[in-house]
Structures are given as C-alpha cells and as structure tokens.
Design a protein around this ligand. Sequence first.
Ligand code: ARG
Length: 589
Amino acid sequence: MEKLRNLIGKEVEEAFEKNGYERKYGKVTLSNRPDLCEYQCNGAMAAAREYKCAPFMISDKIAESLRENPMFESAESVKPGFLNLKLDTEYLAGYLRGMAADTERLGCETCRDPKTIMIDYGGPNVAKPLHVGHLRSAIIGESIKRIGRFMGHTMIGDVHLGDWGLQMGLIITELKERKPELVYFKEDYTGEYPKEAPFTISELEEIYPTASAKSKEDEAFKEAAMQATYELQHGRQGYEALLSHILNVSVSDLKRNYENLNVSFELWKGESDAQPYIPDMVQKMKDDGYAYISEGALVVDVKEDSDTKEIPPCMILKSDGASLYNTTDLATIVWRMQDYHPDEIIYVVDKRQELYFTQVFRCAKKTGLVEPETGLKFLGFGTMNGKDGKPFKTREGGVMRLEYLVNEINEEMYKKISDNHTVQEEEGRRTARIVALSAIKYGDLSNQAAKDYIFDVERFTSFEGNTGPYILYTIVRIKSILKKYQAEKTLPESAQILAAHSDSEKALMLEISKFNSMMESAFMDTAPHKVCAYIYDLANAFNHFYHETKILAEPDETVQAGYICLLWLTKRALEICIDVLGFEAPDKM
Ligand code: ARG
C-alpha cells in the first residue's frame, strides 16, 4: 500500500497545482502539534517567496480547495501560512481496512529491488563464555536481520567467531602442561586423532583464564603459547585437531546460549575460516602495488585527502609475517564476496572499533576486494552500563556472564508474575522467560544503538512505562478481550473497521496507519529503536482507547464487531513488530 503520508501529499500537491503553484510545495509531514492537527504542510511559506505574496494568501486558497476533498475532515489555513490537516474518519478507516486485508504484512510492501545483505554480528570468542559485552551485538544484529528480511531482502547472518588468536595457543599450551601424554602433542604422530574432545566446556572455560593469567606472569609460558599459535597457524596437525575440538565444544555451548536469546545465525564461520584466503590476497595486494613494507610490516595506505583526522595505514602482515585481526577481516571479505556476492555487508560491533573498520573498509575498496558499489557499513553500538554509569559488572565487580544475567532477570520476572497471581510453577517459569527476554531486548533496542545506556533491571522489568513487559502486557490484554468475545460470539462475515467513534479511537487508528512507513525507515536507517518507538506509541494509544471505551459491553453489534477488527489489527501490528525485534508474547501473564 502507498504510505498514507504520500497519499495525503498527492492531494495537497494537486491543490497547489490547481491554484497555479508548483507541486513541490505540497509536501506533507506528520504534525508536530498533534493537539492542533494530524498532518501539516508548510509549503506556502516557501512558495510565498517565489510567487511574491503573503504566505497565507496561498495557504488560504489551498485550504479552500482541500475542504471539498473527502480525504479531509478539516483543512485550515493558519497565519502566517501553515496548513493544518485532519483526516476524514471514514477515509482513515478505509486505509486501515486495506491494511487488515493483508494479514501477513499489513500493507507494507517489500522492497522493489531486494538485496543480498550479509550481517556480521555476535562476534563471540571461542573458549570464553559469553559475557554482557556480547549481548548488544547479538540483540541489535538479530533485529536488523529480521527487519531486513521483513522488507524482502536476503539476509545472511554470520557469527564471525574469534577463533584464531593467541587464545588458541594459550589453551593448547596449558593443555600440554596438564596432559602431555595426549597424542595431539606427539610430533611424529600420523594416526587418526580421537573423536572425543579431551575436555568439557567447563574445563575449557577454566583452562583459558588460567592460561591467560599465567602468560602475564610467566614469560616462558607466553613464549610457548606464541610458538603454539604460530605452529597452529602453519598447519601443525595435532594442533589443528585440538582447534576443531575447542571449536566443537565451544560452538555447541554458544548455540545453546544464543538460542536462549532467540538469536540464530545462518553461518557459523570464524576467523580461522579466512586463513586459506590470506596468501593469495596478500600476494595480489603486493602485485597490484598497494601493499608495501613499512617498518618491517606490510601495510596499505588508506588515508584520503578529505580526512580531518589522521587515518593510519591498514596493517596487513606483522614483521614476522603473522596475520592480524585486520588480515582475517579482509580475507573474510574475500570469501564472502566469492561465495555469496553480497550487495552489502553490515558489521554490528562495539563503536570503539570504528576507526579500525574505516581502515578495513577503505583497504577492501582500494585493493578491489569488493566492487565499487558494494556497501560496507559499520553499525557501532555503545556500552551497556550499570546504574553507576560504568560498564555493567557483577556485584563483585567482575565481568558478568551473559547466562547469569539472563537467569537473574528470569528469576526477577518469575517473582513478579507469581506475586501477581497464582500460576503453576512450570507455566509461570515459561512465561517469565518470555517476558524477561522482552525486558532485556526492548531495554536495549529502544535506545539508539550508538548511544551508551544504563541496564536498569528494575526499570526494564516493570510492567509500566517504556518497557518490553508493558508492550507484552498490552498484547496479552488484547488477546484476552478477543478471547472473551469469541467465547460468546462469532465475528460476522461483514465485520469491518468503522470510522472512529471517538478521539481516542481515531488516535489509535492514526498510530496504526504509520506501520509501513515506520518499517521502511527502520530498515533504511538500520534503526530498531524506531520500531520500539512505534509500538510504544501504539500501545499507549490502545490503552487510552481501551480505558475510554466499553468494548465487550458495547450494545450495538456492528460497532462492537468494528472494535474487534480494530483490536485484531492492533495486535497484529504489535506482533509483527516484536517479532522483528526478536521476542514474542505469551498468551497470559
Ligand atoms: N570477536 C571480536 C571481539 O570480541 C568481534 C568481532 C567483530 N566482527 C568482525 N568482523 N571483526 O572484539
């Protein structure tokens, strides 16, 4: 369906034209004074300059023309030259009927030229448990992927595991000290390696921090770990076998954790998957004259004339020939282009890595790893802080494991739910998990991604205010009214959304009608917070309508059936939105 604002715009443009002015002045926007009108046009102000007359002379004429137009309930010209518009209630109802007829998409058209977009998010490091620092990338990335998919694009999520750095060498070295007898360490071993990993996930999670701490104190241990990393990266078989054990054990644990967050990835590739592409890529950068040796390291210049701050060269290989974080990211671009040929790659990563990605993107463009028109977009997010305004920590001051955080919120939610009414333990726990996830995700997504925000458990889990649970509560309320209605009656075939009977009903209808333009702009701006803002306004408008209207006690059957259709549409819009945000609503709470 055409966006409502455009439909209105067309009428206003025509009125300008009919009165002898250029169409371009008829641009319409949502009103910034909702107490006075619903839509507005300020074009007469600009037109007055061209036509050399007082603005209100123009706005008067336009208002006059629009008054005859059935689209508007009122069109007012206000000095010095504004046009204040209110939509006709029947026209608005017709628009909503059009939305409701398209039960899947509510009239939101998919994009005309669908793209293949890869989205790099999650970014956990294997052998280390997920901690709160990984939460934002997972939540924001998942939502952007879903919004893109709703708009008709092919979205491919890649977790991009950190599985290739010194941490691997540290684990191998520590394991060697503990169990030197394992075949992985025998240099002349040529047989098969065991299928079973020589450690469990909890052992692995203990091995890594121990090794990491050791390397800071024990120089020899660190040397050994660096040597092991080098050997792993140069194809030592036993170490490769260990790496794949580490990966398997880690990845199944990560999958379980992401599943609990309703986050999933199409691809489980990691930095290590980029390794085979490095030699050719580097060779080509040298052959083409882009890469040169500077202070022993191989670099590519990426500064541009228009830079206002210094952008250092992108380092491709260290002086000892070892690859870096940059190298893997560039080589990852190589296989992504080769295998998927994306139109765009979006990186959802901590905003502190912005300069780094500027270097990587410029280097990829300059050296031709991507095409000139391939989009490379960095979506940097801010820090999740505690109530003290500092990065979120456990009570003891350590880094909070994601799993513990989620459990804590689940527990909190369960307490609230079981305090409210009696529930069966099992059902209550299930509901608590659903609501808790909405609290976490909405709490994050309702902020602009780039901003830091305060993770406030009390506020996020509240059933009132701008929170996930409030949105779910609204959906549950609608579900319960619909259920009660259905228990008594069947909705007549002829039932349909009717012209609003009250201001609160019209206000609700106006909120609903913004669905398609909101979704489009949330995608264009990679901005899930716009979806949150929409559902918050929508939930408020619904609850206001609900408090002012007797829905189940409405005596006129036709009017009542109209309300039911409107409720259904409200619920559907809310449900599509929370689905793209990555959570769902329970039936009761
Ligand atoms: N593993 C990295 C980290 O913990 C994040 C990866 C982000 N993605 C990328 N393509 N570099 O910082």
